[in-house]
Design a protein around this ligand. Structure first.
Ligand SMILES: C[S@@+](CC[C@H](N)C(=O)[O-])C[C@H]1O[C@@H](n2cnc3c(N)ncnc32)[C@H](O)[C@@H]1O
Length: 271
């Protein structure tokens, strides 16, 4: 479900680019810092870090080779580099980074506490690790509408509804941060709006196979796809004519600082 960078850009990358400035101001980056963008996808946050901060070095890591290739091509420069890797098993030495961001990553990682431990391990003492996830339950209007209509047509789709994913409800990220020993844990909710030129601008990206919703649509027969398109259109536009639409999305964010005692940092030993 994360395999085609162009499709991801059209489907979710445009949301990520709107979320990134708020996520960056929630965390902050000082001149000269080393920054990791974990689960960097196609590079929306890394591009913003490159363009708006004086970070010394920005490294993006993602498990999807096509996304990493896209980010490298579009965002890579002398300060910014990208690598394929698993968030739960990073190749960086202990205490490499000042800030570690993970934007819209952790709900997709099985055993996310392993990823958090790696984030802690590669962060310098008193550095900050941070995460953002969509509030799928009712804050992400596009995906809420999509899954509600998918389930109305096919109750079995309920098991795939992203609202059921881990870490996406109020307080869950902060609990994980405290459980993993982060200090000064602070969470918040961010809110963005995205404008669509018409219904086709909303629907066409679902046909590109990216993310859980795109993967679900890719598995439907053409009549089921058409039924879902029709329901989603009615949900968003009513019976009226096609027109521009604005949809809102909310994300939960958390940040916390890493303690000084390596033995208390919960990560793996340095390699
Ligand atoms: C919803 S996308 C978010 C991408 C990007 N951060 C953004 O804001 O657009 C989730 C990303 O997590 C990556 N991912 C999922 N599990 C991963 C893992 N274990 N290690 C590294 N990346 C992972 C996927 O390949 C995908 O690019």
């Amino acid at each position: 479900m994360f395999s085609k960078a162009d499709g991801y850009e059209r489907f979710m990358g445009r949301w990520s680019r709107l979320l990134a400035p708020q996520f960056l101001s929630f965390v902050g980056v000082a001149p000269g810092e080393m920054v990791l963008d974990l689960g960097c996808g196609t590079g929306a946050l890394a591009a913003l870090l490159r363009d708006t901060t004086q970070a010394e070095c920005i490294v993006g890591v993602d498990q999807a080779p096509d996304y990493v290739g896209y980010a490298r091509q579009k965002v890579g420069d002398t300060r910014t580099r990208f690598a394929v890797g698993d968030a739960r098993d990073l190749s960086f030495p202990e205490a490499t980074f000042d800030k570690v961001f993970s934007s819209l990553l952790l709900n997709f990682v099985s055993q996310p506490s392993l990823a958090v431990r790696e984030m802690v391990r590669v962060t310098k003492p008193s550095g900050v690790i941070a995460a953002a996830v969509w509030d799928y339950s009712d804050g992400m209007e596009l995906l809420r509408a999509f899954w509600d209509e998918a389930v109305a047509l096919n109750p079995a789709a309920e098991a795939l509804d992203e609202a059921r994913m881990q870490l996406c409800r109020r307080g869950e990220l902060a609990s994980l941060w405290r459980q993993e020993g982060l200090n000064e844990v602070c969470d918040d909710q961010l809110s963005i709006s995205l404008e669509f030129s018409n219904f086709s601008d909303v629907w066409a990206p679902f046909l590109l196979g990216q993310g859980p919703a795109g993967a679900y649509v890719a598995g439907l027969r053409s009549d089921a796809k058409a039924a879902l398109e029709s329901r989603l259109r009615r949900r968003l536009l009513g019976a009226g004519p096609d027109k521009p639409l604005t949809l809102r999305a909310k994300a939960w964010v958390v940040k916390g600082s890493v303690g000084f005692m390596v033995g208390h940092r919960g990560g793996r030993s340095a390699r």
